[in-house]
Write a protein that binds this ligand. Structure first.
Ligand code: KIV
Length: 267
């Protein structure tokens, strides 16, 4: 494995070679060092920190200041992996807010890519960010910041209309300049079709093994859940004696295509 820092171009080349991309969420410097040692390709400072670190029921309360703080913590522990930071609730709603958000996450937080939820409604924002030199990761399917609109953490894209909307939005995000796309909780066949049709890498969570890479919330894959673990996750610490061993097993399982397996996949 090359020790050169990973960029969005590295990830595009990995997709072209058919090499699966590994990503985990990360919220502090200690975990960033562990993820680096395991050879994870990307670290996502997800706004999931609102739930797993801060104890909220949703990601909505997370602020830009908190995201910048956690991102800076992670940045101190990373060396090679690409550092992605989530835009918190409504920061991607207008190009003006997004530019302020990207400046904070990149200048204070050391982020290299910003991730925002949304399809047709955020295309202008994505165009504005990429024109200004900000690499963008889109996020479609289940968009947790919309939980109050959709009424829960529901699987998306099961009917023809919503599957078509997700596929159309995915293409539009790529054409607007996005460098990466996260697909959350969509049927495996839809995720595979989108991954095959886009040039940019598609990273799945609860979207089957046909994506170009996988991401999980690090607390979930270590079995540190409040309540029932998500069906699409796997406890990689179970049967292993250390966190580094669990992280290494996750990286190996994503790379060899054995994660997610049929039990962790919705068709
Ligand atoms: O916030 C987050 O952790 C995320 C992942 C679930 C993809 O967006």
């Amino acid at each position: 494995m090359s020790a050169a820092p990973i960029s969005v171009a590295t990830l595009a080349a990995m997709k072209a070679r058919g090499e699966r991309i590994t990503c985990l969420t990360c919220y502090d410097a200690s975990f960033a060092r562990l993820l680096e040692a395991a050879g994870v390709d990307m670290m996502l400072v997800g706004d999931s920190l609102g739930m797993v670190v801060q104890g909220h029921d949703t990601t909505v309360p997370v602020t830009l200041e908190q995201m910048a703080y956690h991102c800076a913590c992670v940045a101190r522990g990373r060396s090679r992996a690409l550092l992605i930071a989530d835009f918190p609730f409504l920061v991607g709603a207008t190009p003006e807010r997004a530019l302020v958000g990207a400046a904070r996450l990149m200048q204070e937080g050391g982020a290299q890519v910003v991730k925002l939820e949304g399809g047709a409604g955020v295309l202008e924002t994505v165009r504005c960010l990429t024109t200004q030199g900000v690499p963008v990761c889109g996020h479609l399917g289940l968009m947790p910041q919309s939980v109050n609109l959709i009424g829960g953490y529901r699987f998306q894209g099961r009917d023809t209309d919503s599957a078509e909307t997700i596929a159309r939005d995915a293409l539009a995000l790529q054409e607007a300049g996005a460098s990466l796309l996260v697909l959350e909780c969509v049927p495996a066949a839809l995720a595979q079709q989108i991954s095959r049709s886009l040039r940019i890498p598609v990273i799945g969570i609860g979207a089957g093994a046909g994506c170009d890479g996988q991401v999980l919330v690090v607390y979930d894959m270590l079995g540190l859940n409040r309540g029932r673990p998500p069906r699409f996750s796997r406890d990689f610490l179970a049967g292993r004696d250390s966190v580094p061993a669990a992280l290494a097993a996750y990286v190996a399982a994503v790379r060899d295509g054995s994660f997610p397996g049929p039990a962790e996949t919705a068709y």
